[in-house]
Ligand binder design. Structure first.
Ligand code: ZN
Length: 163
């Protein structure tokens, strides 16, 4: 099972790379059904689609719901390279997804155990099993590299002459 999760995480990282190519923070996500078959995938499209809710998880949940023909993703697992934010955790709860496996922890905005724990909040109508830190080094390195690059680009831009 864990080996399969690592494989899915590696695939989610290739989706994250597609987000980076479109100028977005590299986050990728896949939804698998009870048999482990991928039924939905997504990556950040906030920049590409000018969409404030275009996070990898939301895109993957929507794709899975479309392919399964139901909003209710009970029994499915979401695998995502970064700990979900509050918005995505809310979407996950509303999708009734059973398990969430994520890579890097997000101490700044994570809502699956870091800052908040929306996915296991007893006050909500649904809770998901959460497994964090899968392929943690690889997933956090992918994000760190992108931010390093992005900061470099921005610092060059700030030095550009004002025309
Ligand atoms: Zn999010």
């Amino acid at each position: 099972m864990f080996e399969n999760e690592s494989k899915l995480m590696a695939y989610a990282m290739t989706l994250a790379e597609r987000a980076a190519q479109l100028g977005d923070v590299p986050v990728g996500a896949v939804v698998v059904d009870t048999n482990g078959t991928i039924v939905g995938e997504g990556f950040n499209t906030r920049e590409a689609d000018a969409d404030p809710v275009g996070h990898a998880e939301v895109n993957a949940l929507r794709a899975a719901a479309t392919s399964l023909g139901t909003w209710n993703l009970s029994g499915c697992t979401l695998v995502v390279t970064l700990e979900p934010c509050t918005m995505c955790a809310g979407a996950i709860v509303n999708s009734r997804i059973s398990r969430v496996v994520f890579g890097a922890w997000d101490a700044k905005a994570g809502a699956a155990g870091s800052v908040r724990d929306v996915l296991r909040d007893a006050r909500l109508p649904h809770r998901a099993e959460v497994i964090g830190g899968v392929c943690e080094t690889q997933t956090s390195d992918q994000l760190k590299e992108w931010f390093k690059q992005e900061l470099r680009v921005k610092s060059i831009a700030s030095e550009a002459p004002e025309l």
